[in-house]
Design a protein. Structure first.
Lengths: 478, 465
């Protein structure tokens, strides 16, 4: 019995039990991670998981059931149980559910991969982390940590509308961090970001990061930060490096434009959104430099795919154009409820999880400047980079972010390092203050986006480049 | 095949394929997890899964690797063992390997409520329906969850153990004019979840949270309700009472030092509710006092951190623990044994009536001259792990207290605060008597706490910045 056979059997069983629509995803995921600390491998973990998840729609109510068994009997039982669960949902029914049309395609898709990451010998991968963490320890880090992670996911999707899609997506990445410990606090520097950079690529991404070459510098910087002056408190011009801006986009734009949040479906947990659908197309989100796209077609970016997890093809769309809010992340049912005509952003964290609205690649189009031009144009400000902490309210408005490192900017020059840099603001006010944007774009990968109940971890991408924001409150402390 | 038989089969495979020198520990877990989720007063997501997982950790020729999988057929188990053996042989040496747990008695777990373990979707839906109905027309959102785990441990030192657990939880909000009220509770039995009572509480709080005013940032005396206190316990556990972080000098914990107010006694009590009686290394779980009357007594250990510290595992090993460290995830903050049992006067007034839904909190509120009543905390993130400075926001209701009375709703505030400092000597002005069990995002973990009155909490921003 093939994976497609199992999915087809599950869908048919769901329909036979009374569903008016059903789909099924078989997923086979292999995962590998290694962590190293202070020159030794700390932990090697490998996981292999196979199963099927079935989604059924009865009337206006959904049900979902998942099992780690692809036998015909188990698949059919899962389909029936999904329908039965949907019927139970009908005891507390909502408004009618429609699905925006999606062409029933038969297709295959695979992400690009030059070097199969699971095929690289473990000893080579271990040596990479051991060498880098040993170098950091030798250069003053009290805690020198390295990490890589690999996911190799194959999935087979079948729907009662006739979809039949298989995909293979390989993702990997890694990074290193140096922590120095003082009497009352710790300081950390990472490369290229804390817990690393990730993409839908092969091992060539990790090789390109050249972890060992950056180990000594970040270790020395983490030590130096212990005695660096504190980031001053007050309002100033803020320059964000690309990695931190990627997180800013993720938290204050990506989540805010998720249609399920806007519709209230996440109200009790992840939260809602400050955005009102009545203002779609007219609301000024940011300055005219702000052009944000939803683009799952970017080769190698972490949020890329051929089709989302309800069979919609990857399509690039605008979310913010010239500072105006024009698009959302949607699924077929949420889009129909909002009278929109596109889905395309629904994914599930494995076979045992319900597909839900997730970010794909949500990022900024390049701007006209360079980081050096931005610094040169800044008379008095702070440059911050590499995220250390992030917190934002349930409407995605009020945020406070901490970075690993800051640099004083005086009269167009980068000065001394600053420790414990933080900044805070309100999303749209902050984005409207962006007056310079670099074109040095990198598609940063975020492999740990939490959402949903039961919890799901999403993999998202965020093209971003350094940018300047005016009159931002910095230096918040306890 | 039972979980124990499967675990034994994997141990035997390791012996056969890896030789007599291979050391292995194996955990097999079957889980039936279901969650009925509602929003806009309707069930919109309703999921269930029946899963099985095998986790193998092995040590051979001085090297260690871990593997896991969902395939429990004979060929799947063999593949798991083969690939984990291959991985271990390619790993660098592991000089810190602490060895396997020797055969030791494991306590009996609390009995499992079968009705909860095998609850039907209709039963969860009916509780959701009761919550929605009790909210009196307010928009509602949340979930009702049931979970059942059946787990076995076996290792090549001859130790084995079995246990099972069941849990039910409900977490919901009611919404009134942009203001939310929350009710949240975890129990061993689904029958102990009263959807109507929880829905009524959430609705009362939502209505009391209407028309909030914005207050300037600054230091305020606070009364935290159990949902907010749960966040304190989680962060204290993960960052402070974690034996790995303690060994790395990233923790604030100093065993033997009076780091907290004398009112604070904190115990990890995994068998105080339905739970598995052993950890990921097969070590028996039991109560561990972390703070006793303000004095830090212990941190949580697994076998690796315990060996480093020259002590014994406290039964807190988790999968992935070599990286993340041992975790205490069943914390109980003891309530006051004497003190405010009931309010002596009114604790709310006017539009804020309904903000206080229990006598414990009412009693704490009556002692506050000027401060804030906080229902819940949200999106808390650590700025510095050693001082445990955390930023986050209030959520699901904040109210101003003046002269012992809740007088009006307040807009959400951002805070930046050191948790150990906020609970430090002299900082805890009162505790409720009754601890309320709060569910974690994952079943099996919970945080039980009464309401708490603190002398000072640093709010660093208002809703508008």
């Amino acid at each position: 019995m093939t994976e497609f056979d199992a999915a087809t059997a599950a869908v048919q069983a769901a329909l036979d039990a009374g569903a008016r629509y059903a789909d099924a995803r078989v997923m086979h995921r292999r995962y590998e991670s290694m962590t190293a600390r202070n020159g030794d491998v700390e932990e090697l973990t490998q996981d292999e998981s196979i199963g099927i998840g079935v989604r059924a729609l009865v009337g206006a109510s959904w049900g979902f059931y998942a099992v780690p068994d692809l036998s015909d009997t188990a698949a059919r039982d899962a389909g029936r149980r999904a329908t039965r669960t949907a019927m139970a949902s009908g005891r507390v029914p909502g408004p009618p559910v429609d699905l925006v049309p999606a062409e029933a395609v038969t297709a295959s898709w695979a992400s690009g991969c030059q070097i199969d990451p699971l095929g690289v010998p473990l000893s080579n991968k271990g040596d990479l982390l051991v060498d880098a963490t040993r170098t950091m320890a030798e250069h003053g880090a009290d805690l020198a940590e390295g990490l890589y992670q690999i996911w190799d996911t194959s999935k087979w999707f079948v729907s009662s509308e006739g979809h039949r899609i298989d995909q293979r997506i390989r993702e990997c990445g890694g990074g290193i961090s140096a922590t120095s410990i003082g009497d009352g606090e710790t300081q950390r520097r990472s490369w290229p970001s804390y817990r690393g950079q990730y993409g839908t690529t092969g091992w060539e991404l990790v090789e390109s990061l050249d972890l060992a070459a950056h180990a000594a510098q970040i270790a020395e910087e983490s030590r130096a930060l212990l005695t660096a002056p504190l980031c001053p408190s007050g309002e100033t011009d803020l320059i964000l490096g690309g990695e931190q801006l990627a997180l800013q986009i993720h938290e204050s734009v990506g989540h805010a434009i998720e249609l399920d949040r806007i519709l209230g479906w996440e109200a009790a947990f992840a939260g809602t959104s400050w955005l009102d659908l009545a203002q779609l197309g007219s609301l000024r989100y940011g300055s005219e430099l702000m052009n944000i796209t939803i683009d799952p077609t970017i080769p190698g970016a972490l949020g890329s795919f051929g089709f989302d997890d309800e069979g919609s093809p990857a399509v690039k769309r605008d979310a913010v154009r010239d500072g105006r809010w024009v698009g959302v992340l949607a699924g077929r049912d949420s889009a129909a409820m909002a009278s929109l005509d596109y889905g395309g952003s629904v994914r599930a964290d494995g076979w045992a999880r319900l597909p839900m609205v997730r970010m794909t690649n949500v990022g900024l189009e390049p701007g006209p400047h360079t980081l050096e031009e931005i610094i040169a144009a800044t008379d008095d400000g702070v440059l911050m980079d590499l995220n250390r902490s992030w917190s934002i309210d349930d409407k995605r408005l009020n945020f406070q972010f901490g970075c690993e490192v800051g640099w004083e900017i005086k009269k167009g020059r980068r000065g001394r390092m600053l420790r414990n840099p933080t900044y805070t603001g309100i999303g749209p006010l902050f984005w409207r203050s962006m007056d310079m944007l670099s074109g040095e774009t990198v598609s940063w990968g975020t492999p740990n986006c939490g959402k949903g109940q039961p919890g799901q971890i999403g993999h998202t991408g965020h093209p971003a480049a350094p940018a300047r924001f005016r009159n931002v409150r910095v230096g918040v402390s306890a | 095949m039972t979980e124990l038989e499967l675990a034994g089969q994997v141990v035997e495979l390791v012996r056969r394929l890896g030789g007599p020198g291979a050391q292995a520990d194996v955990v097999v877990t079957r889980a039936d997890l279901a969650l009925t989720r509602f929003a806009n007063s309707a069930i919109h997501q309703n999921v269930a899964e029946s899963t099985v997982g095998v986790r193998l950790r092995l040590h051979i020729d001085g090297r260690t690797a871990a593997g896991s999988g969902s395939v429990v057929a004979a060929d799947g188990l063999r593949a798991l063992v083969e690939r984990t053996l291959a991985a271990a042989r390619l790993c660098p040496p592991d000089p810190g390997w602490p060895g396997l747990t020797a055969p030791t008695p494991v306590p009996a777990a609390p009995p499992v409520d079968e009705a909860t373990a095998y609850a039907e979707p209709d039963q969860r839906a009916d509780r959701v329906g009761a919550f929605v109905a009790a909210a009196g027309g307010l928009s509602t959102a949340g979930y009702c969850r049931t979970a059942h785990r059946s787990s076995a441990f076996a290792n090549s030192a001859g130790h084995s153990a079995y246990g099972s657990s069941a849990e039910a939880a409900m977490d919901g909000i009611a919404r009134s004019g942009g203001a939310d009220g929350v009710a949240r509770f975890a129990a061993d039995r689904l029958s102990d979840l009263d959807g109507a009572e929880l829905g009524a509480h959430a609705a009362a709080k939502a209505q009391a949270a209407a028309d909030p005013v914005e207050l300037p940032p600054g230091r305020y005396e606070v009364v935290f309700e159990p949902a907010a206190v749960a966040d304190l316990l989680q962060n204290l556990s993960f960052y402070g009472f974690n034996g790995k972080r303690y060994a790395e000098r990233q923790s604030f914990a100093e065993p033997g030092a009076a780091q907290f107010d004398r009112a604070v006694t904190l115990v990890d009590d995994p068998l105080g509710a339905s739970g598995l009686p052993f950890d990921a290394e097969g070590t028996a779980r039991g109560a561990l006092t972390l703070i006793e009357a303000g004095t830090t007594r212990a941190v949580a250990h697994d076998r690796r951190t315990a060996a480093d510290a020259g002590t014994q595992s406290t039964g807190h090993a988790v999968a992935g623990g070599a990286t993340w460290g041992p975790m205490a995830r069943n914390l109980r903050l003891s309530g006051a044994t004497a003190g405010p049992a009931s309010a002596t006067g009114r604790s709310t007034t006017g539009a804020a009536a309904g903000a206080v839904v229990d006598a414990d909190t009412a009693a704490l509120v009556t002692g506050v001259r000027r401060g804030l009543l906080v229902s819940d905390l949200w999106y808390t993130r650590v700025l510095d792990p050693k001082s445990l400075v955390v930023t986050g926001l209030t959520r699901n209701g904040v109210w101003l207290i003046e002269d012992g009375v809740v007088v009006r709703a307040v807009r959400d505030l951002r805070f930046t605060e050191s948790y150990p400092r906020a609970l430090g000597p002299g900082a805890v002005l009162g505790l409720g008597a009754r601890a309320v069990r709060q569910p974690d995002r994952v079943d099996g973990a919970w945080w039980s706490a009464p309401s708490v009155r603190l002398a000072s909490w640093h709010f660093t921003g208002g809703a508008s910045g």
